[in-house]
Every structure is written in structure tokens, then in C-alpha cells.
Design a protein around this ligand. Sequence first.
Ligand code: HEC
Ligand code: HEC
Length: 287
Amino acid sequence: MQVKVVIGTIAFMLTMIILGYAALREPERLGHFTAAREGRSVETGAKLYFDNCATCHGVEAKAQECYDSAGNSITCQGLPLNNYFLVCGDTPARLEQTRFEGTKQQFIERTVAAGRSGTAMIAWSERYGGPMRDDQVKNVAAFVLNFANEEFCAQEPISFDWPESVDDFLILETDDFVAAPGDPENGAALYASYACNSCHGTIDEPGSNQIGPWLGDIEEVGATRVEGQTAHQYVYTSILNPNAFIAPDCAQGPCVSPSAMRSDYAFAFSANSPQDMADILAYLLGE
Ligand code: HEC
Ligand code: HEC
């Protein structure tokens, strides 16, 4: 009798130990499973991205290098998605700018699903008349979110220390940067390569703007926008901080707040050269 109780107790304890061990292992197993599933989702999303999105958002999703279906280099119409301000941190700057309340995953999935009305970004979900199933929208969003790896997000991009005043900028001399007189010809090339023309149209063609105001007359108009600001100061500020002042009339009607203009040119110019600013100003406003 005694022996049976002892054996019973030992058996019971052994069972508990084995069960306990299995229970402890379970989250680990689930973790592997989740990681594998996420990996597959990103992979499927990458293919969807290259087939559907790269024409506008670029081969590296930086909106810098775009090709049409025939392989010709074209202007990127979309915004950079491989972008610190869209994917890094719990609440990336882009969500705050657009006053989105939710997670970055929701932001990206909803943008892809529903598109942005009045822009080239169509609704991709079948639910809104687009070509993708919900699982495809999720996969392509997972691909975009996957840019937020530790290395990429470790350091906030460094911005050049832009002076408040355009006059100070145009004569700036520091150890790292000496402003040269703006080159309007290079400014014209930059106006295309930074995709200003995709929203603002061509300077010598009134009405060619698709989203923002036409900028062919900004030399006169810019001087009237904000009291006390010259056209140079106004354009300089508009590029560095599109939300500082919202222009009245856009291509499709009144301009909306927050601005639909990319708000990371301060960083994009810093990464290339602050001189790009001087060249674009020379192109838009003359010297
Ligand atoms: C025909 C060009 C075009 C295609 C194709 C396109 N987009 Fe876009 N996308 C845009 C434009 C333009 C915007 C900016 C809209 C605006 O003004 O807010 C945008 C915005 C976005 C944004 C929001 C970015 C931000 O910072 O607010 C995401 C995310 C996005 N697109 C993802 C995708 C994905 C994923 C695909 C493919 C399924 C795709 N886009 C296909 C043009 C395009
Ligand atoms: C995705 C579309 C888009 C792109 C790309 C874009 N802009 Fe804009 N821009 C806008 C919109 C929309 C407005 C109007 C709302 C506002 O005031 O921010 C605007 C406003 C402006 C204004 C003020 C215009 C006025 O009439 O008051 C200037 C100047 C300007 N942008 C310059 C540029 C330059 C230079 C570039 C390229 C380096 C550029 N933008 C790229 C959409 C864009």
C-alpha cells in the first residue's frame, strides 16, 4: 500500500515536471512559428511591392529610382517608404504630422487599402475597388514595416542646421559647408529628381500641376503669402516646413492641412547637399 502511494506520487510528480517543461517551451515554439510566418509575409509582400508599387515608390522604396514597365527611368511619383519618419519608433513622425491615431501598422495598411483620394495613390484593397485581397495588403504592408530594422532605426537622420533666415543661409560658411551662388540649371534638374514636378507641374506650363499649386509665378505670389516674408524666405520655409503655412489653392481645390507635400526635404537635401536648396531657389526665383 505504502509503496503504491510512493510510486503514485513519484509518477504524478514526473508527469507534472514533463508537462511543466512542455508548457515552458511552448512560447519559444510559438515564437519560432510567428517569426517564420512573418518572414513569409514579408517575402510575399516584397514580390507584391516590386510588381505594383516600385514604379512610383522606387526600387529601394526611397522614391529616388523608378522605372516604367518598359524599363525606362521615370520620375518617382510616390513618397519614400524606406523612410525613418514613416517606419521607425512606436509613433513615427509621419503619423503625428497627419494626426493619425493608431499604430504604424494600421497607418500603412489603411493607406494601402484605401489610398489617398486626389493623389496617384489609389485604393489597393478589393473592399475599395482595388486589385488586392486583404491578405495581400497585409503582406505588402509587412514588407514596408520590415524596413524598420534595428540598424536602420538606430540613429535619427542628421539634418543640416538650417538657419531661420534664407539670407543667412545663402551666405553661410561653416567648416562643412560653404554656400555657392545658386545654379538655376542644376536647380531645374533637382526640381525633377526631387519630384517637385510630380505635384507642382512644369514651371513654364501653367495648369500642369497635379497636386500642389503651380510654381511658375511663385516669384511674385511668394512675396504676398506671409506678411514680412520675401519670396525667397517664403519658398525656403515652404520647402523646409510645408506645414508652416498652407497655400490657398491646390490643383484639385483648396489646399488641405496637414500639407500633402513631403516634409522631409530638410533631411533629403542634408543627405545630398544643402547646396541643392540654393540651386532650387535660383531655379524658381532667379538670382
Ligand atoms: C501611381 C503611383 C503610385 C503607386 C503605383 C503606388 N503609390 Fe503609394 N503613394 C503614391 C503617392 C503619390 C503617395 C502620396 C500621396 C499623398 O500625397 O499623400 C503615396 C503614398 C503612399 C503611402 C503613405 C506614405 C506616407 O508617408 O504618408 C504608402 C504607405 C504607400 N503609398 C504605399 C504604397 C504601396 C504599398 C503600393 C503598392 C501596393 C503603392 N503605394 C503604390 C503613389 C503611388
Ligand atoms: C507630394 C506632392 C508634393 C511634392 C513632391 C512637393 N510639393 Fe510643394 N506643395 C505641395 C502641396 C500640396 C502644397 C500646398 C500646401 C502647402 O502649402 O504646403 C505645396 C506647397 C509648396 C510651396 C508653396 C506654394 C504656394 O503657392 O504658396 C512651395 C514653394 C513648394 N511647395 C515647393 C516645393 C518644392 C521645391 C518641391 C521639391 C523639392 C516640392 N514642393 C515638392 C505638394 C508637393
